[in-house]
Design a protein around this ligand. Structure first.
Ligand code: SF4
Length: 503
């Protein structure tokens, strides 16, 4: 269960401007509703906010997982479970004693120094298994994150979490999404309600490969049944779901990995919205290290890893996005297995060469920003598929070439499974996302698509589909910082944790 990040707010070096950095100068020339922007400000690491939102990672202090330790997972003193001391995100967090507010402040400053807008932030809680921490700690941790987002704009501190969320609705740094990484056996109804209390909208589940035999071999401590139930409960509550997938685990093989990967999209019980592909490596401080030295385990070679990743991306359907490939483990901690963290570039290059012969459906390779186009004329289309005992509608704004400008995920849950009162009888929007470079609110740019009304068009389509299918209300899981968009522009009302509209 890992997210990687390596940005640091180093001083800008003029000699090191890359071609892509130059292209960003165009954006720096835009104006904030009449206020001139510093034209010398150059955007560093442009892909950081290319999907429209600034990802802000906050790291947890160490806590051992309740079930024990998975054999591939490294343990290091003073570092959250599954990380290594030299990972940049960990080094930053350690320097700040893992204090959540100070981490948020430091990341905001770093983003601003790099020229990234910070009005719209996705808060990512990283390290260990958050839901297993003591309740008091969790509430304090999340409240402190909101307070830090609020304080930097208005100097306001809240008296409790609810107030912190309320203030954030209009703060300068709005939390438009929140992601928590969890285990499939930490997704009971009460745990899902707890995540809603925090303002969480997206969950990353450590799945590795859905096979009970492999789970036993690597001491995962949960079963495939847990994965299936967690996926259904989360979807029925409106969450967007990412799976962490790990090819090359003990007990698997290339054909078996590919077979299981295909099943993730052919079997209705799975069908995630996002993936992180983390091939198994032997990492210093993990139990697998001993198995490797004793000759009981061998990771895939570089060629094998590259080829399996290519084959996996080719199998990803159009409703799924590959968020990341390869963990960012500092090479000094990799005992065996691929050390290169930049493999994705090569994988995508080969995939692009194949585009001539067959289409790649995966979202990231089609989205504006990563995909290049001069055609900004979009139309709305959708596909329907069954998943986790419900029906899903994947609605897209695309141009003629299939370049993706925005998407919405609408779900009709199975009525018998809905356990959240506000969602009874409702169609549920699990995601609304308009792609394009993140811009501060109110900023206009020819190149950006963030504020061009596509969100409204996608929502209208979702409402229309829901109404046509007999639904009388529609609910949206919304980051705290986007609530005003739904009330002010779309006629929705906040009912407990969801934005709801009668149809
Ligand atoms: S669940 Fe397993 S992989 Fe995830 S942090 Fe705990 S021990 Fe590591």
């Amino acid at each position: 269960m890992v997210t990687n990040e390596n940005t640091q707010g180093k001083a800008y070096d003029r000699k090191k401007i890359s071609r892509s950095d130059y292209s960003e100068l165009a954006l720096a020339k835009t104006t904030y509703s009449g206020i001139a922007v510093d034209k010398k400000k150059i955007l560093r690491k442009p892909t950081k906010t290319i999907s429209g939102v600034a990802p802000l990672t906050v790291v947890l202090p160490f806590r051992a997982c309740d079930h024990g330790t998975c054999t591939f997972c490294p343990t290091h003193h003073g570092v959250p479970q599954s990380y290594t001391p030299l990972s940049p995100a960990i080094m930053r967090a350690r320097m700040l004693n893992y204090r959540p507010a100070r981490q948020v402040e430091a990341r905001l400053k770093a983003f601003e120094k790099m020229g990234h807008p910070t009005d719209k932030v996705e808060l990512i809680i990283l390290g260990g298994t958050f839901l297993q921490y003591p309740k008091k700690f969790k509430y304090h941790f999340i409240k402190s994150c909101y307070d830090a987002l609020n304080a930097s704009a208005e100097g306001k501190l809240s008296s409790d979490l609810e107030e912190a969320k309320k203030i954030n609705e209009t703060a300068r740094h709005r939390c438009v999404a929140m992601c928590i990484e969890i285990r499939p056996d930490n997704c009971s109804e009460s745990e899902i309600k707890e995540m809603l209390d925090y303002g969480c909208t997206r969950v990353e589940l450590g799945i590795q490969m859905p096979d009970d035999k492999i789970y036993r071999m690597v001491n995962r401590g949960h079963t495939v049944k847990d994965v299936i139930e967690a996926t259904r409960r989360l979807k029925d509550s409106g969450f967007k779901i990412g799976y962490h997938i790990m090819p090359g685990l003990p007990g698997s093989s290339i054909p078996r990995d590919l077979e299981m990967f295909s099943e993730i999209f052919s079997n209705d019980d799975f069908k995630p919205d996002q993936l992180k592909l983390y091939p198994c490596q032997v990492i210093k401080g993990a139990e697998l290290e001993e198995d490797f030295y004793e000759g009981k385990y061998k990771p895939y070679t570089e060629d094998e890893t590259k080829n399996i990743l290519i084959k996996m991306v080719e199998r990803v359907p159009e409703y799924c996005r590959v968020m990341r490939m390869m963990r960012e483990i500092p090479p000094v901690y990799v005992i065996a297995g691929l050390k290169r963290i930049d493999l994705r570039t090569e994988v995508e290059k080969e995939l692009k060469m194949k585009v001539e012969s067959h289409r790649i459906n995966e979202i990231r390779m089609r989205e504006i920003g990563f995909a290049k186009t001069d055609d900004y004329n979009t139309h709305i289309k959708f596909i329907e598929y069954s998943a986790s005992k419900g029906r899903e509608f994947f609605i897209q704004a695309v141009n003629k070439e299939g370049v993706l400008f925005g998407l919405a995920r609408l779900r009709f849950p199975d009525a018998d499974n809905v356990f959240i009162d506000e969602l009874k009888g409702a169609a549920v929007v699990r995601e609304l996302h308009v792609y394009g470079r993140a811009l501060n609110l109110g900023v206009k740019s020819e190149l950006a698509t963030q504020h061009s009304g596509l969100g409204k068009e996608l929502m209208k389509k979702a409402e229309e589909i829901a109404k046509k299918n007999g639904f009388k209300k529609i609910a949206v899981i919304s980051g705290v910082g986007v609530r005003r968009y739904y009330t002010d522009k779309m006629g929705y009302k906040l009912i407990r944790h969801y934005m709801i509209k009668e149809l």
